[in-house]
Each structure stands twice: as C-alpha cells, then as structure tokens.
Design a protein around this ligand. Structure first.
Ligand SMILES: Cc1cc2nc3c(=O)[nH]c(=O)nc-3n(C[C@H](O)[C@H](O)[C@H](O)COP(=O)(O)OP(=O)(O)OC[C@H]3O[C@@H](n4cnc5c(N)ncnc54)[C@H](O)[C@@H]3O)c2cc1C
Length: 388
C-alpha cells in the first residue's frame, strides 16, 4: 500500500528522518520521560533539519511540502517510543502553528512563525478549560477590549507544551453574553504579565509538559488577535479535521510499532518446546490485529489525500481518530499480553505504549463526542462546513 501514496522522495525523507531520530532523539528519551522536560537543544536541531516547516509557507522559512511528508513525520515519531515526545512536537507544529499559518497576520508570522519553524520558539494551543473540554462553546475565558489591548481572564487546562512553550494560541470569548459562541483567537507571548502555569502529573505522555494555565488580567495588543473577531469557534472546528487525522495516523503508527516489536519478541520466546509465535491461539489474534491495522492505515491515507485536495473530510477525520485509537488500544493491550510478565515491566516497550495509547480516545475530542458528530452527519445529515 505504501507505494500508492509515497514517492521515492518521500521514502528518502523517511530514511533520513529515521536516522536522525535514532541518533539525536532515542538516546535521550528515557531521561525526558523521567524528568518530564525535553532539552531545548533538540527543538533547535529539528528546526535546523526543517522538520517543523514541512507544511509551512516558504516565505517564512518553511518547505511547503505535501501532507504525506507530515504523515511520515508522525509515523516515525511514534517509533521513538515516547508518545509524550511525539505529542510535544506535533502539538507545536500542527496545533499551534496551524492556527498561526492560517489566521496569523504577516506581522505575527514574521515574529512567531519563522521562529517556530527554526525551533527558537515553541507554541501550544489552549482550548480546553477546567470546567469542561468537550463543550467548547461553553468556555469561560474572556477577552475584553480596553484601549489598544484585549484583557484576558480565565483558565485553560491539559495544555500540551503548556508550561515550557514561548507563546500560547488562546481561544477566548469576545462576546461575554451568556450562551454566546462568539469567541476569538489570540497569540499571547509567554512573557505577558499575569500568566501562570502549573505542570500536571499524568498517567502517560510523560516526556511532554501538560499544563494548567491561569490568565489574570493579561493584556494582549489588538494586533495579536488572529483572524476575524468572533470567528474563533469556526477556526477551531476547521482545524479539528487535521488534528483528528493526526491522532488517527499516530494511532495506526503506534499499533504497527507495537506489533512489529511483539512479533520479534514472540519469535525469540519459547514455551512448551516451541517459540510462542507458533501457538494458533496467538497467531489468530495477530492476524486479526494486523488486518485491522492495515485497514485503518489505508483509510487514514485516503483521508489525508482528500484533506490535501481540500475536500470536506469532517466525518472521515472523526472516523479516523475514533477507529484508529480503538484499534491501537486493542492491539497494544494484546501485545502486552503476548509479552507475559515482561509486558508489565518498564524495561520493555509495551508498558509505556499501553499508558501513552490511553490518551488516544480522550484527546482532540473524546470518542463519545466524535460519535455524536458522526451520528449527526450520518443520521441527521448535518453539515459542519466552516462559515468562513
Ligand atoms: C494529556 C492531554 C493533553 C491534552 N492536550 C490539549 C491541548 O494541547 N490543548 C487543549 O485545548 N486541550 C488538550 N487536552 C484536553 C482534551 O482535549 C480534553 O481532555 C477532552 O476534550 C475532554 O474534555 P474534558 O477532559 O473536559 O472532559 P469532559 O468534557 O468533562 O467529559 C467528561 C466525559 O463526559 C463525556 N461527555 C461529555 N459530553 C458528552 C456528550 N455530549 N455525550 C456523551 N458523552 C459526553 C466525555 O466523552 C467524557 O467521557 C489534553 C488532554 C490530555 C489528557
């Protein structure tokens, strides 16, 4: 299937990226997992290699490459064996920077996008709040005009790169009337007075910093409003398709990596006089998992191809994230089982994979919310096209 989507150039890129990650990232992963902080130096190295600019415009230092280079980046990141490291990288590149590319002014892009591509500045995207993440429209953070500034008050939680990033893309209500969905997006520099962030302890994704952020009368110049005032909700919804596809791709790559490792282990581990990959009870489960992984992978590539063509893929992106994360969880659950007691040990990759994979059905809209969206599209024929 790879041949259908990946050219020789793509494959060369994959080879170079894999070698880079092997040399520059993998040796440090266990340390970053235990400290919960990724060395700044690696961000600069990613920048030097151009990996943050794969989908960014050339005018700001990007490479403006097709989406399949991004797919390769995401797939290879899953193989460094840290969902947290991968998340820190893709949250910066595809959550924060996507808003900057699409809604940022030329002035903001010159200052923040160029430095995001070079790895000098790290971004995060702040939507979820302590009072609720699923119901985006009910957010309580406000942005009120005062002179030449907006004044932001409120809080965000579970934000990837929420503590160590240099700028924050923040969604806030600009019409504070109850029930209003009029929200807008702002770029806020970390140095703005009134921002405080607390690092949260969590089950998995341990190398990434997940933060709770408070905004106490934070003044943001009007020039840091991104896009149109009041259109924030639509911008968020518009970019959810890419975010959900990314989470789907991460899941198929994670499952594939788990299977690959487990098959190697099974070919070396013996019981009852033969290697355990000869037991039919296990072989059939592997066959089912391999089939499902191949199917979600093909589906995800098709969604990517359609997204790249500018087609309407809201339903398919939700399906990608919904099904792929379920398959990944099922595959990883069984792979851990096939390692027996070693599956439960930190010295083997399945324990971390198991923890990291659990975030799949929660992030980027929970699986319950995705089923709500899919059922509204399939049953009620609702169309989620952005109104911008
Ligand atoms: C490690 C991590 C990293 C994250 N990174 C980011 C980030 O970078 N930026 C960001 O903005 N957010 C981030 N999030 C937040 C994530 O998007 C939210 O956790 C998620 O959207 C769910 O919101 P919630 O946690 O408030 O759950 P709630 O909204 O409180 O939901 C609780 C439960 O109720 C269910 N539920 C809610 N509404 C319905 C409904 N209508 N029908 C059926 N069931 C429903 C949910 O599915 C869930 O099971 C991150 C979360 C984690 C854990």
């Amino acid at each position: 299937m790879q041949q259908a989507y990946f050219t020789e150039e793509h494959q060369l890129f994959r080879g170079g990226l894999r070698a880079f990650l092997e040399k520059e990232v993998k040796p440090h992963i266990d340390r970053w997992e235990s400290t919960g902080q990724i060395d700044r130096e690696i961000w600069h190295k990613f920048g030097e290699m151009g990996y943050f600019g794969l989908r960014s415009p050339e005018a700001y230092g990007g490479l403006d490459l097709d989406l399949f280079y991004t797919i390769i980046l995401l797939e290879e990141l899953q193989r460094v064996h840290s969902g947290g490291f991968a998340a820190a990288i893709w949250a910066h590149t595809y959550l924060a920077m996507t808003h900057l590319i699409v809604e940022g002014s030329d002035e903001l892009k010159k200052e923040y996008l160029t430095k995001s591509i070079s790895g000098e500045k790290i971004g995060c995207l702040c939507i979820s709040e302590p009072f609720g993440g699923s119901d985006v429209g009910a957010m309580r953070t406000t942005a009120v005009v005062e002179g030449d500034d907006y004044v932001i008050n409120g809080s965000k939680t579970f934000i990837t790169n929420g503590v160590y990033s240099d700028y924050l893309i923040v969604v806030a209500k600009t019409d504070t009337e109850a029930n209003s969905k009029a929200m807008s997006i702002f770029l806020i520099d970390r140095d703005a007075p009134g921002i405080s962030a607390t690092k949260l302890d969590k089950l998995g994704w341990r190398a990434s910093d997940t933060g709770e952020i408070a905004f106490d009368n934070v003044r943001v110049p009007k020039s840091h409003l991104m896009g149109e005032n009041g259109s924030g909700f639509y911008y968020v919804m518009q970019h959810f398709a890419l975010e959900r596809l990314i989470m789907g791709v991460n899941a198929h790559a994670r499952a594939e990596y788990a299977l690959e490792y487990t098959l190697q282990y099974m070919s070396e581990r013996s019981a009852f006089g033969k290697t355990i990959d000869k037991f039919q009870a296990l072989r059939h489960r592997i066959a089912e998992h391999a089939t499902e992984v191949e199917m979600i992978k093909c589906f995800n590539y098709t969604v990517a191809e359609n997204l790249e063509k500018g087609n309407y893929v809201v339903k398919e992106a939700c399906m990608s994230r919904l099904k792929s994360t379920k398959v990944a969880d099922d595959v990883i659950y069984d792979c851990l089982q096939f390692l027996g007691g070693y599956g439960y040990m930190e010295g083997y990759p399945l324990a971390r994979l198991f923890r990291d994979s659990r975030l799949g059905p929660i992030g980027g809209g929970t699986s319950e919310i995705l089923k709500e969206i899919i059922s509204k599209i399939v049953i009620d024929k609702k169309i989620y096209k952005a109104k911008i």
